[in-house]
Design a protein around this ligand. Structure first.
Ligand SMILES: Nc1ncnc2c1ncn2[C@@H]1O[C@H](COP(=O)(O)OP(=O)(O)O)[C@@H](O)[C@H]1O
Ligand SMILES: [Mg+2]
Length: 411
């Protein structure tokens, strides 16, 4: 490429460039500028290149927002020929524009400084886009801040509502508990009177000399004492199953004792008791006293459920299932309606006028403490079956909170 070719290329480059370019020589005289430079500042190249340096500088300064600053920067730059500088200047005329200015010394092939190059790039649009983005970001940040503040207020309110709800719930629970205690006391008093009245009569009759009549009285008295014993079981079931005294328990023997105990009452209610158990069954690690309470509760519930049908059959089935012992207590009563079934195990839930609603609740607590399960299957009109399953391997003890402690009950 000849020198002339190079010159032509250089000129073409300068003409096409988006940068405004100005080149001054070592004596600060402006020697060359491109078309973009002239457009930016609204000048003709002849004005620039033929004028005195002072004239051009003043002319440029007059178009800027900060003319004084501009002239100061020029002096600062020209005071040190090697200085390189990059900054921004704001143009007011012919158009309001923001320019990025860059200046650097120009050297010849030997490295001697022979002049200075100034370039200007119009960054108005980039800056305004940047500003818009920045403004949007700030707006978003502000919105997020406001949302966070609103959320905090709502959370605070929710906390308050939750506190009030918890308090109300606690109060309700206490009230319910107290009224349940009252109800229970009334029910027990009623039961005791029902037992004591015939017992007193029988005692008077036992005084007579006729041995046959005396034997019959004694038999009747025995039935009343059995009833008292059942009542004790019911009361015990309300106490906390605090410590489980687990021993290998023969559930078959336990069931036989319970059947004997409820036999009299079942006969009165026209209920036939059937027990199905393959013998022998392995013992279960269980607390016999508490397991006894569970079974008595289930059996009594079944007997009571058959009042509406004027009696029926109570079937107790024992077998092994899933590495545990399964005890099924089935009745031929009217079954349980779905809305009642959902609440069966809730404390204080009862549909009986003299019920306390703690039987099934304590049954479940005791069974769970043994690591077992209790489930119900029922069909409206087709009876109910409560299935208790207890594992053969003892699991860790889970002792629940007492609902009514015995001391509270006797107050
Ligand atoms: N075998 C059953 N058949 C029908 N309903 C039953 C049976 N067992 C329990 N229930 C229902 O569950 C309720 C709660 O039983 P329970 O917890 O033993 O309390 P309570 O016997 O004091 O009512 C009973 O009132 C009754 O409505
Ligand atoms: Mg009950």
């Amino acid at each position: 490429m000849t020198e002339n070719d190079e010159l032509l290329l250089l000129r073409a480059l300068l003409r096409a460039s988006d940068y405004g370019v100005l080149l001054s020589d070592a004596s600060r005289r402006d020697q060359l500028c491109n078309r973009r430079f002239c457009e930016m500042f609204g000048l003709e190249s002849v004005d620039i290149l033929q004028a005195q340096p002072e004239y051009v500088r003043l002319h440029l300064a007059a178009r800027l927002k900060d003319p004084e600053g501009f002239l100061q920067t020029l002096n600062f730059v020209y005071a040190d020929p090697e200085r390189v500088l990059e900054d921004e200047v704001e143009l007011m005329a012919p158009k309001r524009r923001l320019l990025r200015r860059y200046t650097t010394p120009v050297t010849d092939q030997q490295g001697d400084i022979i002049g200075r190059l100034w370039t200007f790039l119009d960054i108005t649009r980039t800056r305004s886009t940047e500003e818009k983005v920045r403004a949007q970001a700030a707006q978003l940040k502000e919105q997020a801040r406001q949302l966070a503040a609103a959320l905090k207020v709502v959370t605070g309110r929710l906390d308050k509502v939750e506190n009030t709800l918890t308090q109300t719930q606690q109060q309700l629970f206490e009230t319910e508990k107290l009224s349940a205690v009252g109800l229970l006391a009334a029910s027990v008093a009623h039961d005791i009177r029902n037992i004591l009245t015939p017992l007193t009569i029988e005692l008077t009759l036992a005084d007579q000399n006729d041995p046959a009549a005396r034997a019959e009285s004694l038999h009747a008295m025995r039935r009343q004492v059995d009833s008292l014993s059942l009542l004790t079981h019911r009361l015990l079931a309300l106490a906390k199953p605090d410590t489980l005294e687990r021993v290998p328990t023969d559930v078959c023997a336990l069931v036989s004792r319970i059947i004997k105990l409820v036999q009299a009452q079942a006969a009165l209610e026209n209920v036939e008791i059937v027990c199905v158990a393959p013998s022998p069954l392995p013992p279960v690690p269980a607390d016999p006293v508490q397991l006894d309470q569970v079974l008595v509760n289930l059996v009594l519930n079944a007997v009571q459920a058959m009042r509406a049908t004027d009696g029926g059959t109570l079937t107790l089935t024992l077998d092994t299932h899933n590495a545990g012992l399964r005890i099924r207590v089935a009745d031929t009563g009217l079954g349980i309606l779905p809305h009642i079934r959902k609440r069966l195990f809730d404390p204080f839930f009862t549909t009986r006028p003299d019920g306390a609603g703690l039987g099934l609740f304590s049954c479940r607590r005791i069974v769970q403490a043994h690591g077992g399960t209790i489930q119900v299957r029922t069909r409206p009109g087709g009876g109910s079956q409560f299935t208790t399953w207890l594992p053969f391997l003892a699991t860790p003890i889970d002792s629940g909170e007492p609902i009514l402690s015995p001391e509270k009950y006797y107050l």
